[in-house]
Each structure stands twice: as C-alpha cells, then as structure tokens.
Design a protein around this ligand. Structure first.
Ligand SMILES: NC(=O)c1ccc[n+]([C@@H]2O[C@H](COP(=O)([O-])OP(=O)(O)OC[C@H]3O[C@@H](n4cnc5c(N)ncnc54)[C@H](O)[C@@H]3O)[C@@H](O)[C@H]2O)c1
Length: 307
C-alpha cells in the first residue's frame, strides 16, 4: 500500500551491474523481472514514489470528518512498523502500518484497498464478518473472485470499481448517453494517450468507453470495434467504433471520445494528470457508502448515474 513499482529496462549483459546498483540504493529493491528476447524488463520497488496508499492517507487527512485509524501492508513489506503519515509524506499521524488486515477491519468503519485480487477477496470476507464498508479499486478479478465479492456483499457494503476517478465514471455515462442520442450517422472514435512505459493498448478505460458507446448504440463492442488501423484499410464501416493509442512522456492518462458526422463533431475529453484522482474517488466512495445497506455497488451508484 505504501510503495510503488518503477519499470526499468536492463540491457543485455548488464544484469549483474544493474542488480548491484539497485542493491546499493537505499529504499529500493528488485521486485519482479521478465526476460524478453533482447533485454530484461524489471520492476523496482521504491518507497518514495507517488503511490495510491500514500495518496489515500493524505486524502483522508484533507477530508473533514474522516480520519485514518489503521493501515496494513502485505507480510514482510518494509513499510510495516512505520508511521503511515510519515510514509505518506504528511507528517506522523500515530497510525503504525501493520501486517494484519484483521486489525484494520476491527478498527475501521471503512477500508480502502488497491492491492491484488487474492488479497481483495480475502479482505472482503473480513469486511463481511465485521459488517464494514470496503472500497476496492483492485482490477483483474476473475469470475470466481467477482462471485466471492458478491457473497461478501451480503453482509458488507462493498464498492468495487476498475476506475475510481469520479470524472472518468461520468465520462462513461456521458458516452453511453451521447452514443444513444446521436445515432450511427456519427462515427465514434476513441483516442487515448498514456506514458511511455504502458505495455498494453488500447487502455482498459478506452475499452470501457468503447463498451459504453456500444451499449448506447445497442450493439456489442466486439462486433463493431476497430482496435487499430494500418495500411490500406478500406473506407470506414458505418457503425464501427475505432480506437487509437498514443504513447509518450509521463502522461497519466488522456481519453477522448469523438462523435464525428458530416459538418460537425462532438468531443468528450478527460485528462488525468495525477493518480490522486483514484484516491479522491475512493475516499468519496467510502463516505458515500456510510449508512448504505450491505451490497455490491459501483461508481455509477456512488455518482447517482445508475442507468
Ligand atoms: N480502480 C482504480 O481506479 C485503480 C487505479 C489504479 C490502480 N488500480 C488497481 O489497483 C491495484 C493496485 O495497483 P497499484 O498500482 O497501487 O499497485 P502496487 O503494487 O503499487 O500496490 C499494491 C499494494 O498492495 C499491497 N498488498 C498486496 N497484498 C496485500 C495484502 N494481502 N495485504 C495488504 N497489502 C497488500 C502491496 O504490497 C502493494 O503495496 C491493481 O489491481 C491496479 O490495476 C485501480
């Protein structure tokens, strides 16, 4: 919760040198490495980056009426035993980061989690046992994990959203609405830009926008998607939803949905410049969930946008 991973590329023959350099650097250690055909891509773990855990702790500090009462990390993490406020860079807040999620759910009214699918499912069970609010931003949950959240949500108030940004969730709803209103004479194109380290394209959010547009049109995205174009592609098919991905610099995430007809164009754009948007949305969701009955909620519920 209180560290970040930084992606580095190790050139052929430089592994020993890179490892020695990492070992020498305080607060940094090797996390994962993947060997590619010509080089090694490694994730280095650091405690000094702009991480979600740190941002959530500082967001709580700035939000009237709420306070951080407990924080935990996975067993063996270097942040365990340290003050959560100090790790977050906002000054000591007297909350020591522990290794036991149980203690968090004992102490809190609401827990916020951006971790792994396995941890999120295990913690949702703790939330259920204690009838707590559990805001989960973790992505990549499979059908079994989703089912487990549904089960836990019989006793816990769970908000689960793959994108916690309030404005991005509003963009999903607007995209659905505009696609429904304007009809197929408007060509839909989705343009996204992310930092140079992003390894997948189009982004999950771009695909989510495509799904929202397809829902608005009453079609299934796989039937109309054009995920990339190259060479002699032929003319655009009516009703297609096109995607384009740009990569460069340190762009956190920009998304535009363009509705283009003859003679006019409507563009909906969101630009993320900080991961704070996820922390802000998660804290907003936790406050919204206060007093809500047990259930599995989405950001559309939090924003009152349920179709
Ligand atoms: N919903 C959103 O808006 C949103 C935004 C950003 C990231 N994410 C998702 O959140 C997840 C985490 O992303 P990240 O970039 O913060 O990753 P990260 O690896 O930087 O942070 C995850 C943290 O969870 C901790 N953790 C893992 N297991 C734990 C356990 N059992 N108990 C306590 N702590 C545990 C890890 O040690 C780590 O510090 C990913 O699934 C990512 O896709 C979602």
């Amino acid at each position: 919760m209180v560290h970040a991973y930084v992606l580095i590329r190790i050139l052929p023959g430089k592994l020993a040198e890179a490892l020695a350099q990492i070992q020498k650097t305080p607060g940094v250690k090797m996390a994962h490495a993947v060997t590619g055909p010509t080089d090694i891509i490694a994730y280095v773990e650091t405690e000094s980056m702009d991480t979600l855990g740190r941002l959530i702790v500082s967001r709580f500090q700035e939000t009237p009426g709420v306070t951080v009462v407990a924080a935990c990390e996975t067993a063996g993490h270097p942040a365990i035993g340290r003050d959560a406020g100090e790790v977050a860079g906002i000054g000591a807040n007297g909350v020591t980061i522990g290794a036991q999620a149980q203690a968090v759910f004992d102490a809190c009214e609401a827990a916020i989690e951006f971790s792994t699918p396995e941890a999120s499912v295990a913690h949702a069970k703790l939330a259920a046992a204690q009838k707590r609010i559990h805001v989960i931003g973790t992505t990549g949950l499979d059908a079994n994990a989703e089912r487990a959240l549904g089960e836990a949500a019989k006793s816990a108030t769970i908000v689960h959203a793959p994108n916690m940004s309030l404005a991005v969730n509003l963009l999903f709803a607007l995209t659905r609405q505009v696609a429904k209103t304007l009809g197929p004479e408007f060509d839909i194109e989705i343009l996204e830009m992310h930092h140079r380290h992003k390894v997948d394209a189009p982004s999950g959010t771009a695909l989510g926008l495509g799904r929202a547009a397809a829902e608005g049109r009453g079609v299934k995205l796989p039937d109309v998607q054009q995920l990339a174009r190259q060479g002699i592609t032929g003319a655009r098919r009516r009703g297609d939803i096109g995607f384009a991905a740009l990569r460069g610099g340190d762009v956190v995430g920009d998304h535009s949905v363009i509705f283009a007809a003859d003679g006019e164009r409507l563009e909906l754009t969101h630009k993320g410049s900080s991961r704070q948007i996820f922390a802000r949305g998660a804290v907003h969701a936790a406050i919204w969930a206060r007093g809500k009955p047990p259930g599995l909620y989405a950001m559309t519920d939090v924003l009152g946008l349920k179709a």
